[in-house]
Design a protein around this ligand. Structure first.
Ligand code: ZN
Length: 374
């Protein structure tokens, strides 16, 4: 089977994804949700779709809504509004060709399809990823005390992980990754909890470095794959402090080396992440989110992700959140990019075509099935 056809037909494991919107969007909400949150207004005569991701929507999603490829932003919006959000999702989600969705449910979960609804609409099976910082915030909202914080957190984590396939930390957003990654002592956890709970208020947000580290170390003790947000995100992030190379102190710990560590997004630090995946036998990486945002440049980014990382250590993810366009595009752009990169190496005599098919199946599917024990 030709490489392109093989790649197009491969069922993917999307190992880091969020729900699709379950609500009706305004045009402004739709356009802003496509990028990493740069809100309008945009200059007259332009739209948020004047970007690589916007052009990719017009090129690749429009035909699935019965429009010609490259339909204008106005025509795309008009057709989208005519169909309705759930009908658009019913067309785009199955077209992603994903048969396992590993869903982070924490961020704005009430606006999104649940994992079960995502799987029902998109096909395949959904699995849950537990977000570590959210558990701390649940405890704070429930009025836990500083004295019982450590035990309460461990109990809640254990219960939350019973039906989960992995855990995730957004330390990059909350503290930056340049932390002392040693395991905090119980006395330090108690003192940090006392300070944080006293100041937490009605909508607690965990940004205390001791408690963030504590959550990560508790999770490592459970042995589930640990997803770590690295690289790009929205403007709440200090991107300089999201370089995965800042995780060396964590990755060198023997207990951490015993669990799979999944570096998410990584871009623009994906080459450093590739080195980590080569240097540490338990480290994996992806270029999720970036593939959507760079659109037509996805072949370059995916090719770069295939430089240093061993092929058994790369994963596919869309990191789609909100518009189902992103769930579909992540898959469509990754398929095209992976096939284009591999095709060039086959043509140059560097890879054989059977090897190319094998690598694409590993990255798109098999590595995640193995690492997450799906
Ligand atoms: Zn995400």
């Amino acid at each position: 089977m030709p490489l392109e056809e093989f790649t197009a037909g491969l069922a993917l494991v999307d190992h880091h994804v969020h729900g699709a919107f379950a609500e009706t969007l305004t045009r402004q909400e739709f356009e802003e949700a496509l990028n990493e949150g740069s809100p309008g207004p945009v200059p007259p005569g332009t739209t948020q779709l004047d970007s690589q991701v916007g052009f990719a929507v017009r090129a690749r999603c429009a035909p699935l809504l019965d429009l010609p490829a490259h339909a204008s932003a106005d025509a795309y919006w008009a057709r989208r509004a005519e169909l309705g959000d759930l009908a658009v999702a019913a067309r785009l989600l199955p077209a992603a060709g994903v048969d396992h969705w590993l869903v982070d449910t924490e961020h704005q979960g009430e606006r999104l399809l649940s994992p079960a609804e995502l799987a029902r609409t998109g096909g395949g099976a959904a699995h849950r990823i537990v977000r570590l910082e959210a558990l701390a915030e649940t405890l704070a909202a429930a009025g836990t005390s500083a004295a019982s914080y450590a035990d309460d957190y461990r109990d809640l984590l254990r219960a939350a992980c019973r039906d989960a396939v992995g855990v995730k930390t957004i330390a990059a957003y909350r503290t930056g990754l340049d932390l002392d990654w040693s395991r905090p002592r119980d006395a330090d956890v108690r003192e940090a909890a006392r300070r944080w709970l006293a100041a937490a208020g009605p909508a607690p947000r965990l940004a205390d470095p001791v408690l963030v580290r504590f959550g990560v170390h508790c999770a490592v003790g459970l042995g589930l794959p640990l997803q770590i947000h690295t690289g790009l995100g929205d403007r709440d992030l200090d991107l300089r402090r999201a370089d995965p190379l800042l995780l060396l102190g964590l990755l060198r710990r023997p207990d951490v080396m015993a669990v799979p560590v999944m570096l998410l997004h990584c871009y623009p630090y994906h080459r450093g992440a590739g080195w980590l995946a080569q240097a540490f036998e338990n480290v994996y990486c992806d270029v999720g989110l970036a593939v959507n945002q760079v659109g037509a440049r996805a072949p370059a980014v995916v090719a770069e992700s295939l430089e240093l990382a061993p092929f058994a250590k790369l994963l596919y993810s869309s990191d789609a959140f909100g518009p189902p366009e992103l769930h579909f595009l992540g898959a469509a752009l990754w398929r095209r990019a992976a096939a284009a990169a591999a095709r060039a190496w086959v043509a140059a005599g560097d890879w054989s075509e059977p090897d190319a098919r094998r690598v694409i199946a590993m990255v798109g599917r098999e590595n995640a099935l193995r690492a997450y024990r799906l």
